[in-house]
Ligand binder design. Structure first.
Ligand SMILES: C[S@@+](CC[C@H](N)C(=O)[O-])C[C@H]1O[C@@H](n2cnc3c(N)ncnc32)[C@H](O)[C@@H]1O
Length: 209
């Protein structure tokens, strides 16, 4: 398969998508873990928009997706249409996680899945997410699958490059002390790093004002 058709396939969120069984379960997990009392969600590196599309089916939260590439946001609009999600239900913004065109303290939940391996400056990204996070808010950012999936299914879904010991540069972000170092550089001392069979995630809560 050539990279372009692979790309197109990845950004078309339908029942044939290779992560179709995962997105609703991961969204349920995120909503259960972090949704209570929170109103404004930002999905960074939204890609096909699947997390927000699934969130729109189970919550009334205000939903915003940010992605570096405008053409990716067009795909989100198409995916919203095919899932019957009204265009005004999800706001879409083009921008870089390291310099987001968003006001301070404007979201009380920030999620991001599968985008972090592509960030040039993880410290700048953490710092920006913390800036736009409202007091009492949290972010849950990383790469992986849902704990509600059977591990066998997760193993089958994991891209080949994510294998242990792989030299692929997309694995670099999680190696050694890179995540704690980036969090320290961003001035974030209070966090939880989750590394398990489902993936690698960073959880940060911002103190209430
Ligand atoms: C592998 S896709 C993941 C998409 C989706 N979150 C998912 O779980 O399927 C990574 C996305 O991150 C976006 N991205 C990469 N670098 C970014 C950056 N610096 N700022 C914002 N988005 C970025 C890419 O354009 C791409 O759509």
């Amino acid at each position: 398969m050539n990279p372009e058709s692979e790309d197109r396939e990845f950004y078309t969120y339908d029942k044939r998508h290779r992560f179709a069984a995962m997105y609703p379960l991961l969204v349920r997990q995120m909503f259960e873990d972090y949704g209570a009392g929170r109103k404004n969600v930002l999905d960074v590196g939204t890609g096909n928009g699947a997390l927000l599309i699934e969130l729109s089916k189970i919550t009334d939260m205000e939903l915003t997706g940010l992605d570096l590439r405008e053409q990716v946001l067009d795909r989100v609009r198409e995916n919203m249409r095919s899932h019957g999600v009204e265009p005004q239900r999800i706001s879409l913004i083009q921008g870089d996680v390291a310099d987001m065109p968003l006001p301070d303290e404007s979201f009380d939940l920030i999620i991001s899945r599968g985008s972090i391996p592509f960030w040039d400056d993880m410290a700048a990204a953490f710092s920006e997410m913390y800036r736009v996070l409202a007091p009492g808010g949290c972010f849950f950012v990383g790469c992986g699958f849902s704990r509600y999936q059977p591990l066998e299914e997760v193993r089958g879904m994991r891209p080949k490059w994510a294998g242990k010991g792989s030299d692929d540069p997309r694995n670099n972000w999680k190696k050694g002390t890179r995540i704690p170092d980036a969090l320290e550089k961003a001035g974030i001392g209070n966090y939880r790093l989750v590394r398990d069979d489902y993936g690698v995630w960073v959880e940060v809560f911002k103190n209430a004002a």
